[in-house]
Ligand binder design. Structure first.
Ligand SMILES: NC(=O)c1ccc[n+]([C@@H]2O[C@H](COP(=O)([O-])OP(=O)(O)OC[C@H]3O[C@@H](n4cnc5c(N)ncnc54)[C@H](O)[C@@H]3O)[C@@H](O)[C@H]2O)c1
Ligand SMILES: [Zn+2]
Ligand SMILES: [Zn+2]
Length: 378
């Protein structure tokens, strides 16, 4: 029996309010409208940005919402005007769109398409419109995607069609964390062969940044984390040196400067903490050192002494690793299938959707790299 054109009732994890466990509910998912696609989500990763919204950002207008933005699935049905997708296609929902028509899409300099929620909703972290309701209330689609749901609806400008051979329970990680860290190194920092790099924060995003530095030919990759349990994994992705700031009395920037004769060529902040962002900048060598902010936070201001920049350092930020999303994700899926990037090594836990609160707790306590939740069967 076809579900096309009908409301689908399915299970989703609803975050009713900040700082509370999410609740598995039956939600109604409306059929796709013009240029939209309804997707059956097969698997999803849990990323720290989900936790950021729930426990840190906690914007009052950002709830209730279905979290999750690192998923992969199969097209269930398409709305009018959709030509690029067919039911049955394997896809990855994208939290930043690529409309190919706006001035940002037309520029090779950026991936910040102006069509998606991300253009102006950083605080609420969801577009105003949603195709979800639960108990008679509108439920927001977090980051436009909402992958902690058996079904979601996306505009076709924010969906990537991927190789049918791709295992969805692995490539879901390319929907956020791995593209973000890897791209921050290769696209945003443009790490150079023979360089020395430092990566702060060794979650999936930071480890993917380590993998990117390694792929770009960095000679030395210093992995920095306050949780020493992360160092073993960092080795797998190519880190050469390991530093726990808690083992030192001096500022971490001084430690790194002494290790590298004046500072690293590239640093990447993958924590989401403004003090660490400053440390990462100050760990760079004067003259040409570049620091990239990858960690997500919009609550606090950061500060640094202007002389840091006057002395020739560059401070940049990176959203989704600088990848133009519709182009970049299928390329990264291919790179995984060709064994040029790793994904399996990031997955430390597998659970079912109804264990999502356990997965959130694991990440909160630094006990996982990525948990992949299985959401529906293929
Ligand atoms: N810019 C983007 O497009 C984008 C996309 C995805 C995620 N993010 C952000 O990237 C960050 C990392 O995400 P994740 O999923 O890998 O998170 P995670 O929680 O798995 O990893 C964070 C790591 O940082 C470490 N850490 C905490 N405080 C530290 C400190 N003071 N010094 C050094 N290390 C410290 C933790 O021990 C942990 O290993 C988050 O802020 C997330 O919101 C940004
Ligand atoms: Zn994410
Ligand atoms: Zn665009």
């Amino acid at each position: 029996m076809t579900t096309a054109g009908k409301i689908i009732k399915c299970r989703a994890a609803v975050a009713w309010e900040p700082n509370k466990p999410v609740v598995i509910e039956e939600i109604e998912v409306a059929p796709p409208q013009s240029n939209e696609i309804r997707i059956k989500i097969v698997a999803t990763g849990v990323c720290h940005t989900d936790l950021y919204h729930l426990f840190e950002g906690m914007h009052k207008d950002g709830f209730p919402a279905v979290l999750g933005h690192e998923g992969a699935g199969i097209v269930e049905s398409i709305g009018p005007g959709v030509t690029e997708f067919q039911p049955g296609d394997k896809v990855i929902p994208l939290f930043i769109s690529q409309c190919r028509q706006c001035r940002f899409c037309k520029s090779p300099k950026t991936n910040q398409c102006e069509k998606g929620w991300a253009a102006d909703k950083y605080d609420v972290m969801a577009p105003e419109e949603s195709r979800f309701t639960c108990r008679g209330k509108k439920v927001l689609q977090f980051m436009g995607t909402s992958t902690f749901s058996e079904y979601t609806v996306m505009n076709q400008v924010a969906v990537a069609k991927i190789d049918p051979a791709a295992p969805l329970d692995k490539v879901c990680l390319l929907g956020c964390g791995i593209c973000t860290g890897y791209g921050a190194a290769v696209n945003t920092a443009k790490v150079e062969p023979g360089s020395t790099c430092a990566v702060f924060g060794l979650g999936a995003v930071g480890l993917a940044a380590v993998m990117g530095c390694n792929a770009a030919g960095a000679k030395r990759i210093i992995a920095v984390d306050i949780n020493p349990e992360k160092f073993e994994k960092a080795k797998v992705f190519g880190a050469t040196d390991f530093v726990n700031p808690k083992d030192h009395d001096k500022p971490i920037s001084q430690v790194l400067s002494e290790m590298t004769n004046g500072g690293v060529d590239f640093s990447l902040e993958c924590v989401g903490n403004v003090a660490v962002m400053r440390d990462a900048l100050e760990s760079c060598v004067k003259g040409w050192g570049m620091s990239v902010v990858v960690g997500w936070t919009d609550k606090d201001n950061f500060s640094a002494r202007p002389i840091q920049l006057i002395a020739g350092r560059t401070w940049k930020g990176s959203l989704f690793g600088g990848f133009k999303s519709k182009d970049g994700v299928p390329q990264m899926v291919k790179a995984y299938l060709d064994k040029k990037v790793k994904l399996d090594e990031f997955i430390t836990h597998k659970m079912a959707l109804n264990q999502v609160n356990d997965a959130i707790e694991l990440m909160k306590h630094g006990k996982c790299i990525r948990t992949v939740l299985s959401v529906s069967s293929e």
